[in-house]
Design a protein around this ligand. Structure first.
Ligand code: HEM
Length: 241
């Protein structure tokens, strides 16, 4: 019974629902996306708590009050805001790593990356990319707000395959336990303090992505797109707000 098999695979998220009138967001993408949202929020709050206890950034292996800094963040030192920041930061980080692995495996198995995130070759021109950016800057809505455009695809791929690995690498490179076994993780970046500075830069890029992500969702219809990312259901053409 091919119809029943198709319906079953769509229900577990292995396939987009080909039997329904509208395409659906994959279950594995939805679950891992919302776990990532909660983990990232926890990481940003606890990360800020850790940073304000020493808001100076250095380059190289060591750095402290007595040494010259690379950047002095314009916030006062607040020593020991909470002892819970570090344990919760590490907990949220491992939850994010596991969700990320599930997303990457699920995305490969379901061909989600190939079908929905890899840009179509014909869209990959400077003119096409500049056109999408210029439309967004003029707050002009795309003809089909339910298909990821080339800029969205490139951005999501960069977040998943560059930003997150970068955050994880620099995070692990700050751990003396980890670098005692794999010192190259820190030395390749220039030292523990360089890893800390790069971790901060990656986190800043993630915040920038979040701001643009939210602005783009407002442009295409925040409520309908968040609803689709929760339920998987994409409304019929015309009721996208
Ligand atoms: C409250 C915060 C967030 C909301 C409301 C939100 C909402 C959404 C929605 C509705 C989509 C589908 C886009 C569309 O329909 O055009 C989406 C996709 C996506 N979001 Fe978020 N998002 C949030 C935070 C994040 C965070 C923190 C990350 C990074 C970890 C992230 C990464 C992504 C990625 C990579 C996709 C593409 C997923 C795919 O199809 O594979 N989002 N988000």
């Amino acid at each position: 019974m091919p119809g029943l098999a198709l319906r079953y695979e769509a229900a577990i998220g292995a396939l987009p629902d080909q039997t329904a009138a509208a395409p659906r967001r994959l279950l594995v993408v939805r679950i891992t996306h919302w776990i990532a949202v909660l983990s990232v929020l926890a990481l940003l709050v606890t990360g800020a708590g850790i940073l304000i206890s020493h808001p100076r950034l250095y380059w190289g292996e060591t750095g402290n009050i007595g040494t010259e800094s690379l950047i002095d963040l314009p916030i006062p030192f607040i020593i020991g805001p909470s002892v819970w920041n570090r344990p919760f930061h590490f907990l949220a980080a491992w939850v994010l790593v596991l969700a990320g692995l599930a997303y990457v495996v699920g995305g490969c198995v379901t061909r989600h990356f190939r079908e929905n995130l890899l840009p179509v070759r014909t869209d990959l021109s400077w003119r096409g990319i500049a056109g999408v950016i210029s439309d967004h800057l003029r707050w002009k809505r795309a003809d089909d707000p339910w298909t990821y455009n080339v800029v969205q695809r490139l951005t999501y791929l960069a977040v998943v395959f560059v930003l997150f690995p970068g955050i994880i690498w620099t995070g692990l490179a700050m751990s003396f336990g980890v670098t005692s076994v794999f010192p190259v993780l820190a030395t390749a970046l220039g030292g523990h303090q360089s890893a800390r500075t790069l971790h901060f830069v990656f986190a800043g890029l993630l915040v920038l992505f979040l701001i643009v992500h939210m602005a783009m969702l407002c442009l295409v219809g925040f409520a309908s797109h968040v609803r689709a990312m929760i339920t998987g259901y994409i409304p019929p053409e015309g009721s996208t707000r």
